[in-house]
Design a protein around this ligand. Structure first.
Ligand code: UN1
Length: 517
C-alpha cells in the first residue's frame, strides 16, 4: 500500500501543507503549544498512520482564549474591508494549495479526490463571498414615531467564535464559519474532529502564514484538538459568545443545552434524513445521477446525503430498476484514484453501524434490493470499504427514522397526490435537505409552499446534497435550526444593536406616554 500512497502524491501533499509525523494540535496562529496526549490519525484509505497530533491541555486552552480575547480588541477595530483583504489573501493561498489540501482531505477522511477538491473549492468560494460581504455588513434606518428622532440598526463584532466541526467536511465547514466570522471582526477557535485532526493543522498552517505576512497578532485564528472534553471547555465558557457546531443530533443536543445554560448563542448544523420525491413526470436522466450521487457520494457521509427515495407507485418499478442498474456501475476503491466513485467509511465503528443498520432494516421487514457488505482483499485492507446498499422499506421503520452515516438508501412507495409524498418526506424528526423530481409546475410549487417541505433546503430537479455556498445552509427540527454559509447567515456572527437618536430639543416619549415634571 505504501507504493500506492506515494504514487498518489500524499507525501508531497503533506510536505506542502507542513504536516509532520508529530504535530502540535494547539495554536494561536504562528505560536504552537506542545500539548498533552497524542491522537493518531490513520487513513481509512489504507489503514496507514498519516501522522499524530497532540491534544490541548486545560492550561493551553486558557492561553488560547486569553490570546483570542486580546486579538479581538484590535481585530474588531480594523475596518471590515481590510479584514476582507485578509480573507482574500487566504482564498488565494487556498487556490495555490487546492491540490495538496484536497488530497489530504481525501486521504484522511476517505472521500473521492474529486470531492476533496470540491471541498477546497467550497472554501475558496466562501472566501470570495466573504470578501464582498466585508463591504456590505449593512444595518438599516428605521422610521421613528417621534418627531426629530431617527432609529438605526448596527451590526457589531461579537467576539470569540468557537467552531466544532465534524470529520465529513473536515475543512470546508471551518471555512464557512471563519471566512464570515473574520470579516465580521470576530476571532475563531476551532476544535476539529478527532477523526480528521491533520486537516486542522494544515488549515492553521495556511492561515497562520497569511496572518504573519500581514503582521497580525496571535489569536485571530486558533486551533485546539482533543475529544469531547476539549469541546466542553468551549461550550461551558462564557468568554465564547457563539458556538457553531456541526455533527450528530446527539452531540448537538448536549452542546445546545450547555451553551443555552450560560445564555450563549449556538449555531447547530446536525443530522439530516433527506429524501427525494420522485413523481410520475420525473425525468430519469435527472433522477438517476441525482439520487445515486446523493446516496453514495462521500460514501453516504454527508449530512445532506440522500437516505430515502419516495417514489410514486406508477413509476416505482421503472425507477427502482434504473437505480439498481446504476448501482452496478459504481466503482469502490482508493478514493485518490479518480476512476473510483466511492471510497471507504471513516472507520471500523462506522462500518459496524452500517452493518447493524442493514440488519435492523431487514428485521423490521425491509427487502434488500442491492446487498451491502464489507469489501475484502487487495486494496480494501483498511476494512472500511463497504458496498452501497438499497433496501425497500417503510417510512415508519425505526431505522428509517434514524440517520445512519453510511451508504444505505431506502426506497419508499407513495400513491395518489404529491401531498402524500410530502407527508412522508416530512414524517421524520430531521429537517435538513429535500428534493422533488417533477416536470409538473403545480407539484413543484406545492413542494416549495408553506405546506410543502419542512426542511431548510428544498430543491427541484436536483438531488439533496451539493449545496452552493451562496445560500444559507442548515435545517429545521432535529437538524438544529442553524444557518451558515451564504445569504444573511453572517448576522449570527454579529451583535445587533438598535439606536434611537434624538436631534430635537424636546423629549417626546414613545407610545405617546406623558411624563411632565
Ligand atoms: C455536511 O455534510 O456537513 O451540500 C455539509 C453539501 C455540501 C456541504 C455538506 N456543500 O452537500
Amino acid at each position: 500500500m505504501q507504493a500506492t500512497t506515494t504514487s498518489f502524491g500524499i507525501e508531497e501533499a503533506l510536505e506542502k501543507l507542513g504536516i509532520k509525523d508529530l504535530n502540535h494540535g494547539t495554536s494561536t496562529g504562528n505560536k504552537w503549544f506542545p500539548g498533552g496526549e497524542e491522537i493518531a490519525s490513520y487513513s481509512p484509505v489504507n489503514g496507514e498512520l498519516i501522522g499524530k497530533v497532540t491534544t490541548t491541555t486545560k492550561e493551553e486552552y486558557e492561553q488560547v482564549i486569553v490570546s483570542a480575547q486580546k486579538a479581538f480588541l484590535s481585530f474588531r477595530a480594523m475596518p471590515a474591508p481590510q479584514r476582507g483583504e485578509i480573507v482574500r489573501q487566504f482564498g488565494n493561498k487556498l487556490r495555490e494549495l487546492k491540490q495538496p489540501l484536497g488530497k489530504l482531505v481525501s486521504y484522511e477522511m476517505g472521500k473521492s479526490l474529486q470531492e476533496g477538491y470540491g471541498e477546497v473549492q467550497e472554501m475558496i468560494d466562501i472566501c470570495d463571498f466573504a470578501v464582498g460581504l466585508s463591504r456590505q455588513l449593512n444595518g438599516q434606518t428605521i422610521p421613528s414615531e417621534r418627531p426629530g428622532h431617527v432609529m438605526r440598526e448596527q451590526w457589531h463584532s461579537l467576539g470569540i467564535v468557537g467552531i466544532i466541526s465534524a470529520f465529513n467536511f473536515p475543512v470546508a465547514v471551518w471555512a464557512w464559519n471563519t471566512a464570515l466570522a473574520w470579516v465580521c471582526g470576530d476571532v475563531c477557535v476551532w476544535k476539529a474532529s478527532e477523526k480528521a485532526p491533520l486537516c486542522s493543522v494544515a488549515c492553521q498552517n495556511i492561515i497562520a502564514g497569511v496572518l504573519k505576512e500581514n503582521n497580525l497578532p496571535e489569536g485571530i485564528s486558533s486551533i485546539i484538538n482533543g475529544d469531547y472534553k476539549v469541546g466542553e471547555m468551549m461550550t461551558t465558557d462564557t468568554r465564547i459568545p457563539l458556538i457553531s457546531a456541526t455533527g450528530s443530533t446527539r452531540m448537538g443536543r448536549t452542546v445546545g443545552a450547555k451553551v443555552a445554560e450560560r445564555f450563549g448563542k449556538s449555531l447547530l448544523e446536525l443530522g439530516g434524513n433527506n429524501a427525494i420525491i420522485i413523481t410520475p413526470t420525473a425525468d430519469l436522466k435527472v433522477v438517476v445521477p441525482g439520487a445515486v450521487f446523493g446516496a453514495v457520494g462521500t460514501c453516504g457521509q454527508r449530512c445532506t446525503s440522500t437516505r430515502r427515495l419516495i417514489i410514486h407507485e406508477s413509476v416505482y418499478d421503472k425507477v427502482r430498476d434504473a437505480i439498481v442498474g446504476a448501482y452496478k456501475q459504481i466503482v469502490i476503491g482508493n478514493p485518490l484514484d479518480e476512476k473510483n466513485h466511492v471510497g471507504p467509511l471513516i472507520d471500523k465503528d462506522s462500518v459496524d453501524t452500517y452493518l447493524k443498520a442493514i440488519e435492523k432494516a431487514k428485521a423490521e421487514g425491509g427487502k434488500v434490493l442491492v446487498e451491502g457488505g464489507v469489501l475484502e482483499g487487495e486494496g480494501y485492507e483498511s476494512g472500511c470499504y463497504v458496498k452501497p446498499a438499497i433496501i425497500e422499506a417503510e417510512n415508519s421503520f425505526e431505522i428509517v427514522q434514524h440517520e445512519t452515516f453510511a451508504p444505505i438508501l431506502y426506497l419508499l412507495k407513495y400513491s395518489g397526490d404529491v401531498e402524500n409524498a410530502i407527508d412522508l418526506q416530512n414524517g421524520v424528526a430531521q429537517g435538513l435537505s429535500s428534493a422533488i423530481m417533477t416536470n409538473e409546475m403545480k407539484e413543484a410549487e406545492k413542494f416549495l409552499s408553506f405546506a410543502g417541505s419542512d426542511c431548510g433546503i428544498a430543491n427541484v430537479n436536483i438531488g439533496t446534497s451539493g449545496a452552493e455556498i451562496g445560500g444559507a445552509f442548515g435545517g429545521e427540527k432535529e437538524t438544529g435550526g442553524g444557518r451558515e454559509s451564504g445569504s444573511d447567515a453572517w448576522k449570527v456572527y454579529m451583535r445587533r444593536q438598535t439606536n434611537t437618536v434624538n436631534y430635537s430639543d424636546e423629549l417626546p416619549l414613545a407610545q405617546g406616554i406623558k411624563f411632565d415634571l
